[in-house]
Design a protein around this ligand. Sequence first.
Ligand code: BG6
Length: 510
Amino acid sequence: MPNSLDPHVLVIFGASGDLAQRKLVPAVFDLFRGGYLPKNFALLGASRTDFTDAGFRDKVVFNNEHFDKKDATDEDVKAFAKKLFYQDLATYDGEKDINNLSKRLKKLDKDLGVGQNYIFYLSTPPKLYSTIPGALAKAGLNDNKNGWARIIVEKPFGYDEASAIKLNQDIQSNFPENSIYRIDHYLGKETVQNLLVTRFANGFFEPLWNRNYVQSVQITAAETVGVGSRGGYYDESGAMRDMVQNHLLQVLAHVAMEPPIRADAPSIRDEKLKLFKSLRPITKKDVKNQVIRAQYTEGRTKTGDVVSYRDAPGVPDDSKTETYVGMKFFIDNWRWAGVPFFVRTGKCLPLKLTEVVITFKNPPQALFSEYDDFALSCDNQLIIRIQPDEGMALEFGMKVPGEGFRVKNVDMDFFYRDLTKNDVPAAYTRLLLDCMKGEPTLYARGDSVEAAWAFIDPILEAWKNNEVPLYSYTAGTWGPLQSDALWSGVGTGWRNPVDSLTDKKHYTKQ
Ligand code: BG6
């Protein structure tokens, strides 16, 4: 429900960039359409490109292919555009520039009564994440006496544990922790939040949600696209830093954490931190057995023909950056001791989808095995589709009508689209609204970002020293065959899904 937010200004550093165009401005427009924005609100774009206010409005609203006006009228769109302003900067963190920004903020307040509450969104190259907060603090914009100041930091938050610690220190020396919003857009996805509701609003899942009944847990985030024009960025990052350290560990936390004592930010974030600290470290010597890295080679995906990763623009010919990660690890706590967790992500896979699969243990006795081989290997699985075709399916065996006791796998399903006729809010829309309210639950806390890096670091270290092979896979396949070996001794294997959550016709292995 629309509510009354404090008047404020959302300052987007890096406003001429891709993220502002694709996600941020459309998300603010959704809030405007939904009646969430306060009457006295302004969005101030700031970057090095030389725009007038009108030029900026053209770029991010009127001539922006990612701006979908949906059911809004042209009048609405114009009214929204009037709330957008622009300030160009010679450098992002120069004293003169930030003083100009400060003057502009005061002027906006004078002209529009938008007050002195500020959100500063850092959507710039990461090297500026330390220096912009310092420059804002110098200009007194971090702690003005007449309002609040919050700062949103885009990913990547650090490059490894040491750099994340340093970045935390740099930002925290200028903004208090409760004003720092580290964004991870997976946390803004309704279905990721719904993992908590599924587990903690129902009585019957939780008793099964542990080592006594769960055989394994797998999380897949597959993408059909390659690196496209992002080769320069991606080659410095790779799938582990780009997807696993942040998005997939956050999903894991929602799947595996203990029940929080309350549904508030400190309680939920405390449990996540505990979970990250319970991850059994993958030592350098275990990396080759537990983590598979690979790069895609030329092939064909749903989006068309793809050149091999090393031939993508911005990628060196001898790049060792992984575009696929498959890994197996354990959580050392009472709930999960001994249960293997599997996580994989990759570019140029057959489908774009994210899902979590909980596989339950078989019953103690295979009573019907003489009638059906299936009864020996019945996978009772709960499949939670994060995106697309959002929903859940629970698979279990039922008797085939007729003689004997033949067992067939059936499923019960639920689709998120049946729950509401309204648009499910986009991740950035929800997250921006939360920051405007001062609600940090769906943002990552500094200590848990560091803990997530601490788990990932030894793997990156072993890769850097070339202690483990870099495999390859043809674009359009489910990744390297070596990744299947992670399942040795566990059974089951990766579930290679199809578009629709419940369509079993095409379940295929590799
Ligand atoms: C981003 C990564 O954070 O997440 C991209 O940098 C990736 O490489 C994207 O494509 C995936 O997000 P989503 O919401 O499309 O699953």
